[in-house]
Design a protein around this ligand. Structure first.
Ligand SMILES: *Cc1c(COP(=O)(O)O)cnc(C)c1O
Length: 394
């Protein structure tokens, strides 16, 4: 028999271990609203931040703050109950109708967060004995959703269609679900959605697309990655988040009417939680207006992406091939990546260092994210500083 462990002692020792490995996670305290120029509690002067997923610069948009306060006047601050009891308000319903129409689906269901949407959808669609086919670098919430479902969890190498096809062929599972990020959150590249959908059709599988980083950014009017590729199919289930480009909070799942009806009755993370405040749904309606009319913001964002890519002169580090606002600079070594992130900080630039296990071993990186709220001057300063730091190793 192994000795019983006293978890009270163990947790302190474990914290010391992750400290030693440089893996303790710390939160930086931000003292100003989400914007390119950020105040921080740990330094006197502000920094230029390239970290948020606020791709259209809506998170601190004054007209949305105004909409939120009007929403609070109209609806108060709490929903009071879960959606199935008494916490489903007319404004939630209106938002769902609007979201479904926006992404070209029958119906949509609004969740409090994208994490909750993913862990709620997958177990409602597949279970023990079924199979989930997942891209190896999918977001953690999709991994957790797969584990919760108890279906067999089959991962395929990143965007490797031949490997996926072989795994689908080999599977005898009665129900199959393919799941992928549309824009991969740590790499910025796009999944081959048309080919994935063809495989889903051929194998009568669901295709669940997590468009956290595509909704609002890709496609006409920001309608997302399916619109970008012009895809539609009853086998498609779409998940979009509302705390990134939409600038607020929450998420939605869209699909065929019966699928959404099924989720209302079966999705545990939808059913067993208090409805998000109706004032948030109210604010989101205004955020969708800005997104829909956001071609100027998207054009500026794309110009910033092009400027960033054209300006970098890297020899040792590697800029990953991405046309999205996620522009990762792979440095490789954990310590060098941290040192570069610190050197940027000393220059008043905030870019987070992303290390394993979030990314593969040896592929530590700076995850640069761009927003329509950035100026050309801010991006030029980032480019010049990165070029200088790479040329003169720290
Ligand atoms: C951010 C993110 C989520 C989670 O969405 P939240 O609304 O932040 O909970 C899910 N999937 C991907 C790919 C994400 O980047």
């Amino acid at each position: 028999m192994p000795e019983p462990i006293d978890p009270l002692l163990e947790i302190s020792a474990s914290l010391a271990d992750i400290d030693e490995a440089g893996l303790r996670r710390r939160r930086r305290v931000v003292t100003t609203p989400c914007a390119p120029v950020a105040g921080l509690a740990d330094r006197p002067d502000p920094v230029i931040a390239f970290c948020s997923n606020d791709y259209l610069g809506l998170a601190a948009e004054p007209s949305l703050a105004e909409a939120a306060s009007q929403g609070a006047q109209r609806w108060g601050v709490g929903s009071g109950a879960s959606h199935l009891v008494s916490g489903h308000y007319a404004v939630h319903d209106e938002l769902e109708t609007r979201l479904a129409r926006f992404v070209g689906m029958d119906d949509a269901l609004y969740f409090s967060t994208g994490y909750m949407a993913n862990i709620g959808v997958m177990p409602a669609l597949v279970g023990r004995g079924d199979a989930i086919f997942a891209d190896k670098v999918n977001h953690a919430s999709l991994v957790d959703g797969a584990l919760l479902s108890r279906a067999e969890f089959i991962r395929y190498p990143h965007s490797d269609l031949a490997a996926l096809a072989a795994r689908l062929e080999a599977s005898t599972a009665p129900r199959k679900l393919i799941v992928t990020d549309s824009v991969f959150s740590m790499d910025g590249d796009l999944a081959p959605l048309p080919e994935l959908l063809a495989l889903a059709e051929a194998h009568k599988a669901w295709l669940l697309v997590d468009d956290a980083h595509g909704f609002g950014v890709l496609g006409p009017q920001g309608r997302g990655s399916l619109a970008h590729f012009g895809l539609s199919s009853p086998r498609l289930i779409y998940m979009g988040t509302l705390g990134k480009a939409a600038g607020v909070s929450g998420a939605f799942v869209a699909g065929q009417r019966d699928v959404i009806e099924w989720l209302v009755s079966k999705s545990r993370s939808y059913i067993f939680t208090t409805g998000a405040p109706p004032l948030i749904a109210h604010t989101l309606l205004s955020a969708l207006d800005l997104m829909e009319q956001g071609d100027t913001r998207r054009a500026h964002l794309n110009a910033l992406i092009a400027r960033f890519k054209a300006g970098l002169r890297l020899s040792r580090w590697q800029l990953l091939p991405s046309d999205t606002p996620i522009q990762p600079v792979v440095i490789g070594d954990n310590h060098e990546t941290l040192a570069v992130s610190r050197a940027l900080d000393a220059e008043g630039i905030w870019v987070p260092a992303i290390r394993p296990p979030t990314v593969p071993k040896g592929a530590a990186r700076l995850r640069v994210t761009l927003s329509a709220a950035h100026s050309f001057e801010q991006v030029d300063r980032l480019v010049a500083t990165l070029n200088r730091l790479e040329a003169a190793p720290t």
